[in-house]
Design a protein. Structure first.
Lengths: 322, 567
């Protein structure tokens, strides 16, 4: 088990290194920072001085080492637009995204998996068909359209929930959280549901196909022949086995939610990092975009590592692999 | 002694609807009646499709939909089981009736420990919990002859051997002291030496715990060693029943007689299986193609193939954390095969027998040693064309007839596909050649246009043989060619192979785990274990006076069946 984890950790480190190379080279190839930063009336001499100041005169590998060294020390540069350290900007916005992403995933798993297991076991029943019908609709209509419908129904007609903003926040561990106040929770609900619809449908499909595959395994019949009750068979024998693919997808999906909730955050004016990214791209705030890419990459690497460890936890055959 | 009746099945009929509109249905069981007393072991034998497993599932209420019980009565300990709901069945399963599955590796849940799986069965069927059920689990494992019982509870199924897993399944089945155990092919997935000891455990449990056992199997040898009473089924219909000795040795029905004649015997070698309806004559039609180029010297004294000290070592891929590990699949094996001879390699799973064949065919590289084929060392041939010529004259018949044919090509295309690629025949003659080959292996000419799924397992294996024959091979490697087939199909196929061998003077290397098949087919036998050739010799020497202890133990553990009484 320990050798498995160290192996995965090592691979994660390698992955992070390769990704940092790609981001760095991408940055190097695309555009010239000197042209972007210089004013129109600058002379050639001014530009050369700026290039030396930015370290662009050094050989490529040295530039990379500087770049990587800064990142390791937590220095992602300063935003052109906000004139503040980029890391501060991102860390400020991250909790907002995290809280709706986690809420959306919790809703997605807790509704999607039971529905999926039900429709897998009762395949071809009326209930299963209704579930599949709605899951297909939820899966195939665009996210922004669902958001607009949600706003129309719950904010405009019923006036139950607010349609935009984050509401009141309370502080915990020095970070502002919306879920600690009732007003904040109300504001969270619609964007989280908007994000969750996709996740529910996806988990339902995954759990359904997993269930149908596992249901006809001999150990399921044997478990029935042992005289174990139906509920226990589903909880112990079925769930453990279908969780393996679900964990993989969920890991990637959590990453996706945090990194790419841009559309939902924009529609609901949710002040998360997705919105920050969009604003930064608009205003060509390059340090923010680069830092965002690097952090997202590191996050995916980290999530992948967690997923691998969960695998080993769920499936003993992986744990005992040589 | 008047034993109490445990199970009574009366006129049981189970059907699968085939086509809902036309009301067509397949009767998986048709009017079957069975009686079973305490501590008695009855065998239910028959070939695939006989409905054997359906009986077990019907008794447990585990029939897979859309199967339906149409008529009949099942009584357990005098109480009718018809019309029970799922909850009532749950209280019977495990508690009154234990079930043992064919493949222990798939019957145990791979992600739960052995302990979890035994203890949940104990707690579902008794009042025990906590420490008591843990201790009882250890006790059960010991009853089922599992060594190091306490340690095994922590293990997962994939860490244990098939034989151990099957004993664990036994332990689970006896957890609640059931009155009846249904064992569905309990030893089919196991090696012969393991099979024997597992069966001994089963018999012991039956006697000591007074459990009645229904043993469902296709293996006549297992029945003859284990069962008191036998039922023979065919296509869901009752054929014959009676005391084991009576039915196996003096069968009354024609079907039972031919079934028993198909069983390969270990005691004596027959020239062919004496099947009542076998067509032994190959109509010599268009054999010109197959005969031509064959008139090279037919001297039977010449060794066509010499294997000299070959070894094969597999390495696990090295990583930063682990150096690569070596696994010696074949260790220093030598033998030679004369033209027209059949040499058999017998051994349990993992003994390296298939690896030898793969090395001869050039599918695996040699780690050491040399293979001399028709006087030439195969590893020294640098000329690609010449190497190809040799490789084409060596062919293979694969174990699994279901995956060895391309499902998207017709039977005929499957047979001639490779021949066309190597330009051994003209494309316009391919069709007629395929048809001829189909006839040679006992299939119909017109069936060459059908796709593989239209054929049964035995027929597919015949297509595989036809494909090998198309190359006019001098040497055929047969890798367990009949292990996926029913005995009667196996007997027909083995007869066919013998006929073809006579006709085309083929040289066969025959690999099998089944000693009886090797006994019937081979002139010379090599016994392998863990990559080593332990004993080599003529058929009669090996089977009648084995020298090596392992060979003796293999022969001892073979279930004995002496065949139909001749008088």
């Amino acid at each position: 088990m320990i050798s498995y984890i160290t192996k995965r950790l090592w691979q994660s480190g390698l992955l992070a290194f390769i990704m940092s190379l790609i981001v760095f080279l991408g940055m190097y190839v695309v555009g010239d920072p000197v042209e972007m930063l210089s004013e129109e009336d600058w002379t050639e001499q001014d530009k050369i001085e700026l290039a030396i100041e930015l370290g662009l005169d050094k050989p490529l590998h040295e530039q990379y080492l500087n770049f990587a060294g800064d990142i390791i020390q937590g220095d992602f540069g300063v935003s052109f637009v906000h004139n503040r350290p980029v890391l501060d900007l991102i860390v400020e916005r991250l909790p907002a995204t995290l809280e709706i992403a986690v809420l959306a995933m919790v809703i997605g798993l807790s509704i999607g998996i039971p529905l999926g297991i039900y429709s897998g076991i009762k395949n071809n029943s009326r209930g299963s068909r209704i579930i599949s019908f709605f899951s297909t609709i939820g899966y195939s209509t665009p996210n922004f359209w669902q958001a607009i419908l949600l706003i129309m129904v719950f904010a405009v007609f019923l006036k139950w929930l607010p349609a935009s903003g984050r509401g009141l926040t309370n502080s915990m561990f020095g970070i502002e959280w919306a879920w600690l106040s009732l007003d904040g929770l109300k504001h969270m609900t619609l964007p989280a549901i908007n994000l969750a619809i996709y996740k529910i449908c996806m988990q339902q499909r995954l759990a359904k196909s997993g269930t149908q595959e596992i249901l006809y395994q001999e150990y399921m019949t044997f478990a029935r022949a042992k005289g174990i009750t139906r509920n226990r068979i589903i909880r112990r024998h079925l769930l453990r086995n279908i969780l393996i693919p679900i964990v993989t997808i969920t890991g990637l999906e959590v990453g996706g939610l945090i990194a790419f909730s841009t559309v939902t955050e924009t529609i609901f004016s949710w002040p998360g990092i997705g919105k920050l990214l969009l604003d930064s791209i608009h205003m060509v705030d390059r340090p923010v975009v680069v830092a965002y890419l690097i952090l997202i990459t590191l996050m995916f690497v980290f999530i992948n590592f967690i997923v691998d460890v969960m695998y080993a936890f769920l499936d003993p055959r992986i744990r005992h692999q040589k | 002694m008047n034993k109490s009746q445990v199970l009574q099945i009366k006129n049981l009929t189970v059907s699968y609807p085939l086509d809902s509109e036309k009301n067509a249905e397949l009767k998986a069981l048709d009017d079957i009646s069975i009686n079973l007393n305490a501590a008695e072991i009855i065998g239910i034998v028959g070939e695939s499709g006989a409905g054997k497993s359906t009986i077990g599932k019907a008794v447990l209420g585990l029939l897979d939909p859309p199967a339906k019980m149409l008529a009949g009565e099942i009584k357990l300990l005098g109480k009718s089981m018809i019309g029970l709901n799922e909850t009532q069945y749950e209280s019977l399963r495990g508690n009154q009736i234990g079930y043992i599955y064919q493949n222990p590796m798939t019957a145990l849940n791979p992600v739960l420990t052995i302990g979890e799986q035994i203890i949940e069965a104990i707690e579902a069927n008794t009042n025990m919990s906590g420490k008591d059920s843990y201790n009882f689990a250890i006790h059960l494992l010991e009853r089922a002859d599992v060594s190091f019982a306490k340690d095994r509870l922590q293990k997962y199924p994939h860490q244990l051997s098939g034989g151990l897993c099957q004993r664990i399944v036994f332990a689970i089945a006896i957890a609640a002291k059931p009155k009846l155990i249904i064992a569905d092919e309990p030893t089919t997935a196991l090696d012969v030496t393991v099979q024997n000891s597992v069966l001994q455990t089963l018999i012991k449990l039956s006697k000591e715990e007074e459990i009645a056992i229904i043993l469902i199997t296709h293996d006549i040898g297992v029945v003859s060693e284990t069962c008191d009473y036998v039922y023979v089924l065919k296509n869901g219909k009752h054929i014959e029943q009676g005391e084991t000795v009576e039915v196996l040795e003096k069968p009354k029905q024609q079907y039972t007689k031919s079934l028993m004649a198909s069983v390969p015997l270990i005691e004596k070698r027959l020239h062919r299986f004496s099947l009542p309806n076998s067509n032994s004559e190959i109509n010599s039609l268009n054999l010109d193609y197959l005969k031509e180029e064959r008139n090279i010297e037919f001297s039977s004294q010449q060794a066509i193939l010499q294997i000299k000290n070959i070894s094969k070592t597999f390495f696990t891929p090295a990583s930063i954390f682990k150096p690569s590990e070596a696994f010696e699949a074949v260790r220093n094996v030598s033998f030679s095969v004369k033209r027209g001879e059949t040499v058999g390699i017998v051994g349990e799973s993992g003994s390296g027998k298939s690896t030898i064949g793969r090395m001869i065919l050039g599918l695996e590289d040699l780690t050491a040693g040399s293979i001399i084929y028709q006087g030439q060392d195969l590893s020294n041939i640098s000329n690609n064309e010449e190497r190809l010529k040799h490789q084409l004259s060596m062919q293979c018949i694969f174990q699994d007839p279901f995956s060895s044919l391309n499902p998207r090509m017709t039977a005929g295309e499957n047979i001639t596909y490779g021949l066309k690629i190597h330009k051994l025949i003209d494309a316009n003659k391919a069709k007629s050649l395929a048809e001829d080959l189909m006839e040679i292996v006992g299939l119909k000419k017109e069936d060459a246009n059908k796709l593989p799924h239209a054929f049964s397992g035995g027929e597919r294996q015949r297509i595989g043989i036809a494909r090998a024959l198309g190359y006019r091979p001098d040497f055929i490697f047969c890798d367990e060619p009949t292990s996926a087939l029913d005995v009667s199909v196996q007997a027909n196929l083995l007869n066919l192979l013998k006929d073809l061998q006579d006709q085309f003077s083929l040289t066969l290397l025959f690999v099998s785990h089944d000693l009886a098949v090797i006994r019937q087919m081979c002139d010379k036998v090599i016994v392998m274990k863990d990559g080593k050739a332990l004993e080599k010799g003529n058929n009669d020497d090996i089977f009648e006076s084995p020298q090596h202890n392992y060979t003796k133990s293999l022969l001892d553990s073979m279930p004995k069946f002496s065949g139909i009484a001749t008088n």
